[in-house]
Design a protein around this ligand. Structure first.
Ligand SMILES: Cc1ncc(C[n+]2csc(CCOP(=O)(O)OP(=O)(O)O)c2C)c(N)n1
Ligand SMILES: [Mg+2]
Length: 662
C-alpha cells in the first residue's frame, strides 16, 4: 500500500529533527512546517530525475529560506540523489560534509543555488525564470519547457530585494515562476506581529502576480493551489499557512523551533505525536521505497526529452551553449581594427565597442542595466530588448533595481545557457553588493559593467564618486576586479571575464582616455594582471603602478621624471587579483624585491590608498584619495586632489628628498 502523504512528509520531519539534534545546530522548524507542502510539490509536480540532477530541462527548485537546509537535504536523500547519503545527513553541518549549514550550489547537484542570505533565493529564481523563457523562445517547447519553484519564508518576503525581484518578475510576466510562501507567522524574534502588518498578498497582487492560498499542512490542498498557479499566466505566490516545527507538541508554533535543536525529550514527544519509530535517522522501508519511486518519476519524460534532443537540428548548438565555454576569436580582429584608428575614448565607450563584437560572436550574452543604459553603454545596436512579448531579446531593462538585477543575473548563470552582464555606476555596487558576494561565493560567471569609476565622473559629486569601492571589491574572494586603462585593455579584460569561471567587475571611466596600447601583441597582456607598459630609459629609480584612468597620468609623470634623469617604469595594473596569481619570477621581474631606497614604488589610483602598501611596501608612496570626493568638473577634481602629472612629480621628488633616496 502506498504510504500516506503525511507519512512521506514525516520522514522529512524525522531527518530534520535528528540531523539538527546530532549537530546541535541548525533549524528544524522550517522543514517540519513545510514538509507536507514539499511532499506535494516533489511527489506530484516537480519535473526532475534524481539519476541526472543536471538534466537541462528539469524544473528548478530553490529553497530561498536557506536556513531550512535540512528540507532540501532530506528531499535529495529520500528521492535517491547520489548525495547526500544518510551518512552525509548524519554529518549535517560538519567540516567537509556536503550538507553545509546553508545549501551551497557546488556542494550537491540538486542544490541549484546557494541560499541563506534571505530574499536572494527568490530573486535568483526570477533570473532562472528569465533564462528559461529566453531559451524557450530560441529553442522551443520541445527542448526547453520547465518551471522554477521557490520556497520562501517570512524573512524572504520582508527583505528589500523582494520588492525588486517581484516587480521585475511581474513586469516580465514570468508565469513559470511559482513561490510557495511558508506563512507561519514566526521569525526569530517571535511573532511576525512584532514587525509586520503589511498585506503581503496584496503587495504581490499589486506587482501583477497571481496569488492563492492553501493549508500548507495538507498535501492535497497544496497540490490544488499548485495546479491553480500552474494554470495562471502570471508569476504566482502561494500562501501556505503552516505551523513552524509542526509535530513537536510543546514547541510547535513558536520561535523556539526556528534555530535550535529540539532536545531529546521534545524529539521523543514529537515521534509519538507523529507516529514515528523511536530510532534516530530512521525512515520506514515503505516510505523510503515510495520516495525513491518519486525520484524516478521524471525518468520517462527525461528519456522523451533526450529523444527530441537527438532528433533536433539544434542539438549541438544547445549543448554548446549549456556547456558555457566561449571562444575569444573575436578579440584579435577587433583589436587589429582598433589599432588602425586610435582615438581618445572613455573605457565605458570602449566596452560598448567591444560588446558590439562580443554580442555578434557570442549569442549567449544577455545584457542589461539598472536604468543607466545610456551611461553604462551596455546596449549594443545588434540586440533587442527582452520583454514579455519577446523573450528572445537579449537586453533587459532592469529598472532601478541594482540588487535585483545582480541577483537575477546570478540565477541566470546558474540556470545555464546564458551569460549575463549588467551595468550601473561603480558606486552603486554597494546597492548590489550582497548579490555580488553571492556571485563570488557561487562561482557564477556574471559580468558587472560598472562605469563612472572615480572622481573622473565629475560634477555629480561625492555621492556618485567611488572611493573605497575598488579596494573593497578586490578584498572580496572569488571575484576579479578589472580596471582597464584604454580601449585595448578594455577588450582584453572583456575576453578574460567571458572565459572566466568566476564573476568579474569591469570598472570603467566616464571620461575619455588616451590610447596607451598602440601596438599589436600576441599575448593578452591584461591576463598577467599587471605588466610593464613603459620601461625606464634612465637608470631605473621609480616604478609607478597605476590602474585605469590613472595610467595615462602615470605615463605623463614618468616622461617628466625621465626628463630630469630619473628612470621610471610604468606598470599598468588592470587586475591585482590576476597579478597575484602570476608565478614568482614574473612578479619579481615587474616588482623586484629591493628596498624602496634603491627603487621607489609609487601607486596612483583615484580612490582609497588603503591596501596599495601590498604593492608599494610600507615605505613606498601611495597616491590616491582618502576622503569623499567633490562636485566639480573632472579635470578640476583631479587637480584638486593632486592627481596631475606635475603635482605627482613634485610629490615623488619631495618624497625622495625626505627619505634620502638618491
Ligand atoms: C539577509 C539575512 N538577514 C538575516 C538573516 C538571519 N536569519 C535567518 S532566518 C531568520 C528569520 C527568518 O524568518 P522566516 O523567514 O519567517 O523563517 P522561519 O523562522 O519561519 O523559519 C533570520 C533573521 C539571514 N539569514 N539573512
Ligand atoms: Mg516564518
Amino acid at each position: 500500500m502506498q504510504p500516506t502523504d503525511r507519512r512521506l512528509a514525516n520522514a522529512i520531519r524525522a531527518l530534520a529533527m535528528d540531523a539538527v539534534e546530532a549537530a546541535n545546530s541548525g533549524h528544524p522548524g522550517m522543514p517540519m512546517g513545510m514538509a507536507d507542502a514539499a511532499t506535494a510539490l516533489f511527489t506530484r509536480h516537480l519535473k526532475f530525475d534524481a539519476a541526472d540532477p543536471k538534466w537541462p530541462d528539469r524544473d528548478r527548485f530553490i529553497l530561498s529560506a536557506g536556513h531550512g537546509s535540512m528540507l532540501i537535504y532530506a528531499l535529495l536523500y529520500l528521492t535517491g540523489y547520489e548525495r547526500p547519503t544518510l551518512d552525509d545527513i548524519k554529518h549535517f553541518r560538519q567540516l567537509g560534509s556536503p550538507t553545509a549549514g546553508h545549501p551551497e550550489n557546488f556542494e550537491l547537484p540538486g542544490v541549484e543555488v546557494t541560499t541563506g542570505p534571505l530574499g536572494q533565493g527568490l530573486a535568483m529564481g526570477v533570473g532562472m525564470a528569465i533564462a528559461e523563457r529566453h531559451l524557450n523562445a530560441i529553442y522551443g517547447d520541445d527542448l526547453v519547457d520547465h518551471r522554477t519553484f521557490v520556497v520562501a519564508g517570512d524573512g524572504c518576503l520582508m527583505e528589500g530585494v523582494n520588492h525588486e525581484a517581484i516587480g521585475l518578475a511581474g513586469h516580465l510576466e514570468l508565469g513559470r515562476l511559482i513561490v510557495l510562501w511558508d506563512d507561519n507567522s514566526i521569525t526569530i524574534d517571535g511573532s511576525t506581529e512584532l514587525s509586520r502588518n503589511e498585506d503581503v498578498v496584496a503587495r504581490h497582487k499589486a506587482a501583477k502576480w497571481h496569488t492563492c492560498e492553501c493549508d500548507g499542512l495538507n498535501a492535497d490542498d497544496v497540490s490544488r493551489a499548485i495546479e491553480e498557479a500552474l494554470a495562471d499566466p502570471r508569476p504566482s505566490l502561494i500562501r501556505c499557512r503552516t505551523i513552524i516545527g509542526f509535530g513537536a507538541p510543546n514547541k510547535q508554533g513558536t520561535a523556539a523551533t526556528h534555530g535550535s535543536a529540539l532536545g531529546k525529550d521534545e524529539i521523543a514527544a514529537a515521534r509519538k505525536e507523529l507516529g514515528l519509530e523511536p530510532a534516530d535517522f530512521f525512515v520506514p522501508e515503505d516510505v523510503l521505497t515510495a520516495w525513491r519511486a518519486t525520484g524516478k518519476r521524471g525518468a520517462v519524460e527525461h528519456a522523451l526529452w533526450k529523444e527530441r534532443l537527438e532528433a533536433s537540428e539544434r542539438k549541438d548548438e544547445l549543448l554548446h551553449r549549456l556547456n558555457g565555454k566561449v571562444s575569444d576569436a573575436w578579440l584579435r580582429p577587433y583589436i587589429d581594427k582598433l589599432l588602425v584608428d586610435l582615438k581618445p575614448v572613455a573605457t565605458r565607450k570602449a566596452s560598448e565597442m567591444a560588446l558590439e563584437a562580443i554580442n555578434a560572436a557570442i549569442p549567449a550574452t544577455i545584457g542589461g542595466s539598472a536604468d543607466l543604459t545610456g551611461s553604462n553603454n551596455t546596449k549594443t545596436k545588434n540586440i533587442e530588448p527582452l520583454t514579455e512579448d519577446n523573450y528572445a531579446g537579449r537586453y533587459i531593462y532592469y529598472g532601478i533595481r541594482e540588487f535585483g538585477m545582480a541577483a537575477a543575473m546570478n540565477g541566470m548563470v546558474l540556470h545555464g545557457g546564458v551569460i549575463p552582464y549588467g551595468g550601473t555606476f561603480l558606486v552603486f555596487t554597494d546597492y548590489a553588493r550582497p548579490a555580488i558576494r553571492l556571485s563570488a561565493l557561487q562561482r557564477a560567471r556574471v559580468i558587472f559593467v560598472m562605469t563612472h569609476d572615480s572622481i573622473g565622473l565629475g560634477e555629480d559629486g561625492p555621492t556618485h564618486q567611488p572611493i573605497e569601492h575598488l579596494q573593497s571589491l578586490r578584498a572580496m574572494p572569488g571575484i576579479d576586479v578589472f580596471r582597464p586603462a584604454d580601449a585595448v585593455e578594455t577588450a582584453e579584460c572583456w575576453a578574460l571575464a567571458l572565459s572566466s569561471d568566476k564573476p568579474s567587475i569591469l570598472a570603467l571611466t566616464r571620461q575619455n582616455l588616451q590610447p596607451m596600447r598602440t601596438e599589436a601583441t600576441n599575448e593578452n597582456l591584461s591576463a598577467r594582471g599587471a605588466y610593464r607598459l613603459k620601461s625606464s630609459k634612465n637608470n631605473r629609480k621609480i616604478i609607478i603602478l597605476a590602474t585605469g584612468s590613472e595610467v595615462e597620468i602615470a605615463v605623463a609623470t614618468a616622461d617628466k621624471l625621465e626628463a630630469r634623469g630619473i628612470g621610471t617604469d610604468v606598470v599598468s595594473v588592470p587586475s591585482t587579483e590576476r597579478f597575484d596569481e602570476q608565478p614568482w619570477d614574473y612578479r619579481e621581474d615587474i616588482l623586484p624585491d629591493v628596498s624602496n631606497r634603491e627603487i621607489l614604488r609609487v601607486s596612483i589610483e583615484a580612490g582609497t590608498t588603503f591596501g596599495w602598501e601590498r604593492y608599494v611596501g610600507l615605505h613606498g608612496l601611495k597616491i590616491g584619495i582618502d576622503r569623499f570626493g567633490v562636485s566639480a568638473p573632472a579635470s578640476d577634481a583631479y587637480d584638486y586632489f593632486g592627481l596631475t602629472p606635475d603635482k605627482i612629480v613634485t610629490r615623488i621628488t619631495d618624497f625622495m628628498k625626505q627619505r634620502g633616496i638618491q
